[in-house]
Structures are given as structure tokens and as C-alpha cells.
Design a protein around this ligand. Structure first.
Ligand code: CP
Ligand code: NVA
Length: 309
């Protein structure tokens, strides 16, 4: 029996697989823009399981799968037996007998790992508390489109040491760039979670207490909500703790003159980022959102069909 290729965290693929996916996503995007049909997944079905809210992830996977010629089944905790405590391994056994691919957005990473362990088909992480690999896939593709290779570049992460920050760290080690991270005390990235493969060296990761210092000379400045899904009870405490970790024009001014700004969205103008930054000329957030669909189409095609020429 061949081992299934899942996409549960960024480290599940190699640098060479990423190089292929970025090229493929570029081709798939060109075809989409030219209204040219690209339907390698006719008769294939994707199940999308959401235990948390979503706009981009749902639309990008659903529209993307239809464009590839396939179809989708959308499940939430509220309208399936998942919300009535059917064991995750039983759900995986059943769902994966009927579909070709599964995308899950859930809470603990252990849940998606359990699902994958009992699934007959590839499983994709559509966000967990620990990781958001599809978003970083889109972000790096967007960086490449605007500025070329990310190798050797510096990304400044300002804000929460959350699923996005963890995934940036994994990507930095794998694709050989650096992440400067600045988080408030008590909200640091969990380096052990982020880099499951072991140590991360100073050439790939540096921690700063001052967010301005983290942005100095950066090629890309990025942030995310102060309160991620599942942590809503901490909202007010976090607003106090994160007040100095708002990306503003002064931070962009100490980054490289051609630095980009990214945010996975949804954004809160005036909280984690000022409006003049996210709506300003260095921001590529709309390309970043659109690119979710193109890279995920390349990913779904790859997980089901392998490398295509
Ligand atoms: N960035 C992102 O994953 O957005 P959604 O929560 O809308 O899916
Ligand atoms: N860190 C955020 C990302 C939302 C797309 C969250 O987990 O809610």
C-alpha cells in the first residue's frame, strides 16, 4: 500500500514539491484569467469540514474544486454528527469511503492528525489552532509573484504567536528565508510546535521585543488578528496586551522601501493594522486572498494526481 500524501502542516512537503506547486499555481492562475478550462478532477469530490467560521477558505476551496471539474460536500459541526460527538476516527472512516479528498478546519492539530490517520484519502489542513499551511502557501506564492524568490529574504511578523506565525517559522526553515518575530510577553510562538523537525537557527528566526526592530530592513511585514478563533474569551485582555503591536506607517518606513504588507484576513483596521497600511500601496492583501484559490487548486491536483507536465 502506498502512503497517502496529506497536507496537515507546512513541513509535509519538500522544497522541491513547493517549487513545483508554485509553478503549477502560476499556470493554473493564467488559465483561469484567460477563461481557459482546466478540469483534471472531473468526477472527484472534496469534502470540506468546518468546525470554525470561514469566508476565504470555503470560497477558495469550493470555487476551486468546481473549476477543476469536481464537486464539493460542505459539512459543519452544527449540521453533521461531528457536533453530536461521533468519534473523529469513525467520521474519517465513513467520509473517506465516499469522497476523494478532505479539507478540515478545526481546533486542535491532534484532531486533524487523528482524522488523517483513519482516512483512505488525502486530508488538507484548512486551519487549526496550531497551523494554517494553505495560507502560507498562498502568501509565499504572492511574494514570488511580486518580488521573485523568497529565499534569503526577511519577513517581519508583528503580533500574536499564533497558527500563522507558527507556519511562517516552518516555512522559513524549509524554504531558507528569515522570520523576525515580535509578540507581546506571554503570546510568543511555540518554537517546539512551529518547528516540529527540531532546532531553528538564527539565520531563519529571530525574536524581538520591539516590533519596530523586527520590521527594520524587512522585505515583507505581516500580521494577523489579535484574537484568533477559539480564543474569543481573551479578547479584552488581548486588546490591552497587543496595543503596541499594531502595524503602522512608521513600521513600514523602517522596512525596505519596496517591502510588501500582507494579512491573511479578516482584518481589523485600527487594531492589528492601521488603515493607511492595509489600504496603502505596499499592501497586497487582495492578491493574497485570491491566490488562496490558485495555490489550493495546484495542491488538490497534486495530492490526487501527482506531478503533471
Ligand atoms: N484567511 C482565511 O483563512 O480566511 P477565512 O477565515 O475567511 O477562511
Ligand atoms: N489566526 C486566525 C486566522 C484566521 C484566518 C485564526 O485562527 O482565527
Amino acid at each position: 500500500m502506498t502512503t497517502l500524501q496529506h497536507y496537515l502542516q507546512f513541513t509535509d512537503l519538500t522544497a522541491s514539491q513547493y517549487a513545483y506547486l508554485f509553478d503549477r499555481a502560476s499556470l493554473i492562475k493564467k488559465k483561469f484569467k484567460a477563461y481557459e478550462k482546466h478540469q483534471p478532477l472531473v468526477d472527484r469530490t472534496l469534502a470540506m469540514i468546518f468546525e470554525k467560521a470561514s469566508t476565504r477558505t470555503r470560497v477558495s476551496f469550493e470555487a476551486g474544486m468546481y473549476q477543476l471539474g469536481g464537486s464539493v460536500v460542505h459539512l459543519t459541526t452544527g449540521d453533521s454528527q461531528l457536533g453530536r460527538s461521533e468519534p473523529i476516527d469513525d467520521s474519517a472512516r465513513v467520509i473517506s469511503r465516499m469522497v476523494d479528498l478532505v479539507m478540515i478546519r478545526t481546533f486542535e492539530q491532534t484532531k486533524i492528525e487523528c482524522f488523517a490517520a483513519h482516512s483512505r484519502v488525502p486530508v488538507i489542513n484548512g486551519l487549526t489552532n496550531e497551523f494554517h499551511p494553505c495560507q502560507i502557501l498562498a502568501d509565499i506564492f504572492t511574494y514570488i509573484e511580486h518580488r521573485g524568490s523568497i529565499k534569503g529574504k526577511t519577513v517581519a511578523w508583528v503580533g500574536d504567536g499564533n497558527n500563522m506565525a507558527n507556519t511562517w517559522l516552518q516555512a522559513a526553515k524549509l524554504l531558507d528565508f528569515k522570520v523576525n518575530v515580535s509578540t507581546p510577553n506571554g503570546y510568543e510562538v511555540n518554537e517546539k510546535i512551529a518547528v516540529s523537525a527540531g532546532e531553528i537557527s538564527a539565520e531563519h528566526y529571530q525574536s524581538y521585543s520591539d516590533p519596530m526592530a523586527a520590521c527594520e530592513g524587512a522585505d515583507l511585514v505581516t500580521t494577523d488578528v489579535w484574537t484568533s478563533m477559539g480564543y474569543e474569551a481573551e479578547n479584552e485582555v488581548r486588546k490591552q496586551a497587543f496595543a503596541a503591536w499594531k502595524v503602522n506607517a512608521a513600521m513600514m518606513a523602517v522596512a525596505k522601501p519596496n517591502a510588501l504588507f500582507m494579512h491573511c484576513l479578516p482584518a481589523h483596521r485600527g487594531e492589528e493594522v492601521d488603515a493607511d497600511v492595509i489600504d496603502g500601496p505596499q499592501s497586497v492583501v487582495w492578491d493574497e486572498a485570491e491566490n488562496r484559490m490558485h495555490v489550493q487548486k495546484a495542491l488538490m491536483e497534486y495530492l490526487l494526481l501527482g506531478r503533471l507536465s
